[in-house]
Design a binder for this molecule. Structure first.
Ligand code: F6R
Length: 611
């Protein structure tokens, strides 16, 4: 998520850091900061907002030194302001650290350090790590590397860390646990970054650290150790990519890269919120049990893809909690004179957190006295500030205009929220809850499996790339998938596509079916499987080409399919988290076959700030 850079060598570190941060800024732009170690001290400059703000602040600043670290932030813990910006320092001011990820047990460690007399300036988990390393160095007199090794054992969660110490001006220490860290060296410099682009101007031979590895980076050399301190023979990779390809980690487009980041997006959205015993912790939701028991209805408001995640969430919330749920397009909501009071819970979903219609809906709901929770991917966004509670999807920055990984992350956050409400209201048995959490914990691996369908989906895309119309049908949560599949296809391939409730087809849209029209049908996740198959038969009888999203080894489906993508088994309400993926890939490959740029479809913007 965040961009991280470190340099140690014989040149001034600052320009190298700024250039590297520029290459990685797409990973986060809530704030930027650098720390340079020189003359036995650490000089730090940090600014909220984009890298340009930091560069302005650095104009004329005396920050000379040949070792330093830099960071562009995608906020997780704490508001995106100057104080929470990285790098963070320990209590002596000699250790500086940058971090990508989430340290889940930071609150426990913080309490411990506070009891020892350490004071914290920021709300971040990162400052806790800085203070822990500093405190170990001070009490035991060990080196930065040894203190880091002693610290990582105590951290839970995901962390890519890069550290320097003012008294060790030739050493950078880097750590990887679930967040990418790439290290490298040339004749006179050592480098580290969270992405390959930042290293390319200096070396094409890089070492991507594995989980539970620590690197000691010095001018001209890199040494890799495991968390136990044993030296590891790490593999060096020669990178042929140009800079543009490197930013996309070798993928042709951000959209494809983001589709393939979905296991991580889902894992990160669950991280720290569920445990092996099936408990759910949503720290951000602070309503009392009585408030939650008092909810009489839920209203979900959103636009576009976020509306589709809301549509799937309606099923989950009603099923788990038995609270009635209304679903509204944000642009319609406040103009229909909705009935709301203090017992209504309004869920506003917006990946950008800035969609004008959704913001207006959320503000309207607040004015009406409703409880408002926002689901968003952007910390510090307007919706996060306006709502009473926020559930962040930790999908990382999404650059492609078409929403992909944020959609899956929204579905995860909404399902967790639904389960949380059910538990708080005491309407879900513990074993059913933990069974559902288990199914959610299996999703990242199942998403990896679905991603292996890439070749099959590409082949289907070639076959249907010239179609004039596409129809997508589904029932239950499958209808949300159908609508999302149709939206993805039309927005990036410009083919007319309709998403329909399968049972509604016969009331009009079936007239569109003629020889060769591709119909995508979602067969999983519905108790009405036989009826879905019936609908497939109906369109096939009229000459449609059928593309089926089906359970594995389903012979009945296979006998009706022109193309079939087989899905791993999960709980019915979780199927959209898997079923949407082939449809994202279908839209992507159809767009590519038609020579279009999926990342920047015409007439669209990533954040729609006008009504
Ligand atoms: C489609 C897409 C849009 C957005 C919509 C709402 O791929 O990205 O339909 O979903 O503009 O955006 P957010 O979620 O930022 O409110």
């Amino acid at each position: 998520m965040c961009g991280i850079v470190g340099y140690v060598g014989n040149e001034a570190a600052l320009p190298v850091l700024i250039e590297g941060m520029r290459q990685l800024e797409y990973r986060g732009y809530d704030s930027a900061g650098v720390a340079i170690a020189a003359s036995g001290g650490i000089a730090r400059v940090r600014r909220a907002g984009q890298l340009g703000n930091l560069e302005e602040a650095l104009d004329g600043a005396e920050l000379s030194g040949t070792i330093g670290i830099g960071h562009t932030r995608w906020a997780t813990h704490g508001a995106p302001d100057d104080t929470n910006a990285h790098p963070h320092v320990d209590s002596s001011g000699k250790v500086a650290i940058v971090h990508n990820g989430i340290v889940e047990n930071f609150d426990v460690l913080k309490e411990e350090l506070e009891a020892e007399g350490h004071a914290f300036e920021s709300e971040t988990d990162t400052e806790v790590v800085a203070k822990l390393v500093g405190s170990i160095m001070e009490s035991t007199g060990v080196s930065l590397l040894e203190a880091t090794l002693a610290t990582v054992d105590r951290l839970e969660g995901a962390f890519g860390l890069v550290l320097v110490h003012a008294d060790e001006p030739e050493t950078i220490v880097a750590v990887r646990q679930d967040s990418p860290i790439i290290v490298g060296a040339n004749g006179h410099a050592g480098l580290v970054a969270s992405g390959i682009p930042a290293l390319l101007p200096y070396t094409r031979d890089v070492i991507p650290l594995e989980n539970r590895q620590v690197a000691e980076i010095r001018p001209g050399s890199v040494r890799v150790l495991d968390f136990e301190g044993r030296e590891v023979d790490a593999e060096t990779v020669h990178v042929e990519w140009d800079l543009d390809a490197a930013e996309k980690s070798g993928y042709e487009d951000f959209m494809l890269k983001e589709i393939f980041e979905q296991p991580e997006a889902v894992r990160n959205t669950m991280r720290g919120r569920v445990d092996k015993q099936g408990h759910i912790t949503l720290d951000e939701v602070t309503w009392s049990r009585a408030d939650i028991e008092g909810i009489t209805k839920v209203v979900v408001v959103a636009c576009g893809t976020s509306y589709h995640s809301g549509m799937a969430a309606k099923h989950a919330i009603e099923h788990y909690t038995r609270i009635p749920v209304e679903l509204d397009l944000a642009s319609e909501f406040r103009y229909r004179d909705p009935v709301l009071d203090e017992h209504s819970l309004v869920i506003g979903i917006a990946q950008s957190g800035e969609t004008a219609d959704t913001l207006a809906a959320v503000r309207f709901a607040k004015d009406m006295g409703a409880m408002v929770v926002a689901i968003t991917n952007v910390a510090g966004s307007s919706i996060a500030r306006d709502a009473d509670a926020v559930l962040f999807t930790h999908a990382g920055p999404e650059i492609g205009v078409a929403a992909t990984k944020t959609f899956l992350a929204q579905l995860v956050a909404l399902n967790l929220f639904a389960l949380y409400l059910a538990r708080e209201r005491g309407v879900m048995e513990a074993d059913k809850l933990s069974e559902t959490i288990d199914a959610m914990r299996a999703l990242p691996d199942q998403i990896e499996e679905v991603l292996t369908l890439q070749g099959e989906v590409h082949r289907a895309a070639k076959r249907y790339a010239d179609a004039r119309d596409f129809i997508f049908i589904g029932r239950g949560v499958g209808m949300a998938v159908a609508l999302e599949g149709a939206l993805k296809l039309k927005e990036i391939s410009y083919i007319h596509a309709e998403g329909y409730a399968a049972g509604e087809l016969k009331h009009g849209a079936i007239a569109l079916i003629e020889g060769g029209v591709p119909v995508v049908a979602i067969l999983t996740g519905t108790a009405l499987y036989d009826k879905m198959l019936g609908n497939v038969q109906e369109v096939k009888a009229r000459g449609a080409e059928t593309i089926l999203i089906a359970p594995r080894n389903d012979e009945r489906a296979r006998s009706l399919a022109n193309e079939m993508f087989e899905m791993p088994t999960t709980k019915p309400l979780l199927t959209p988290i898997l079923d949407t993926i082939p449809l994202q890939m279908l839209a992507y490959f159809v767009a590519k076959e038609r020579g279009l740029s999926p990342d920047k479809p015409r007439n669209l913007a990533k954040s729609v700030t006008v009504e």
